[in-house]
Ligand binder design. Sequence first.
Ligand code: NAD
Length: 400
Amino acid sequence: MTNIAVIGTGYVGLVTGVVLSEIGHTVTCIDIDEQKVRTLKAGKSPIYELGLEELMVKNIEANRLHFTTRHQEAFQNAEMIFIAVGTPQSGSGAADLTYIQQAAKDIAQHIMDDVIVVVKSTVPVGTNDLIESIINENLQSNVAVNVVSNPEFLREGHAIHDTFHGDRIVIGAESEEVGEVVEQLFSPLKLPIVRTNRRSAEMIKYAANAFLATKISYINEIANLCEKMGANVLDVADGIGLDHRIGRAFLSPGLGYGGSCFPKDTEAIAYLGREHNSPLTIVESAIKANFRQRELFLQKVLNYFNDNVEGITIGMLGLAFKPNTDDIREAPSLYLIAELEKRGALVKAYDPVVKHLKQCVETVDDVLNSASAILLVTEWEEFSEYDFSKNIVFWGRNFN
Ligand code: NAD
């Protein structure tokens, strides 16, 4: 049993903390967001994620899971500290490391004993080295700190499942011994382990996300061509997906990828390529194709209304960037709402879990009964049960 602190209680930090406590470790999660910590202490999950709240409450009650806003409290007995703070996109496309740098300083200023720092946040190659030097430069006591890269591969909407049943755990360490300690920590999960150095681990995460994003853009461009040539892209996806060298996953055509990972991670790795004069032209194209996909969809809607949606009510089904999550970061829905409203349309939207936008209405029927056209933007399972035969529907996603 290890005493662990987790910095950041977002999708990654909270799920990590809950799962580590579930496999027997004692975990204290720290966040600077006081409201979030109050919610967590009350046994409520601030995010929508299947099975998360139940597991969280179970481990709070077992006294293995704690929440705080105070670094001293979180770090006092910690043998390992996980960093799971955000790494958003900066203006240049590069990852913004402000939160990471602050977390490193917080660690340096509060630890009193040797510690292994495990970096779960998605960070550009070389950032683990940077974290180690920031900590060492700011240390207040004579302790040893080792930094290990352990990128996260969970999917929002399946986060708990993915943490218990992931395809692999990547551990990037500069010391064999320290890597072994982290490997032991995860051993109850019985998942394949990839051991490597820190820079390779950091690269694995970006290379994986950029590949998956590229696969999405690829099938979207094939879909556009299929539409013009009378081919059925879903059959094409099945036909090529059965080839085990290709695989069917991520071959679902639609409005393109959104969310808090693919958009920023593709931009960040493309930036790294440009910065190091080793251009990632395929990833750059995938990014452009992804944005074009939204524009093409919008254009189809506008064409239907002869380029004039002034005063027209447009219904939107789904706001989240994908089903089973409440995350709307970089969601295509936000782009579509902004573009339609800019042209004078009135947007009414329904999403099973996203309820806080001003466009939100109570029920699917509120959308179906009042809109001149429906945009199916997120393929929530419940939408597949509706009869859309009386509506004009623009299918931004398929149910399959
Ligand atoms: P998030 O924005 O949901 O959560 C980050 C949390 O960190 C916030 O609650 C914030 O208040 C807190 N925080 C920031 N600075 C802090 C500090 N100094 N001390 C304590 N708390 C602090 O982020 P997320 O979606 O969980 O992503 C975290 C990282 O994991 C990112 O690098 C992301 O790219 C990566 N990642 C995310 C996913 C995903 O599906 N969301 C999957 C894999 C990897």
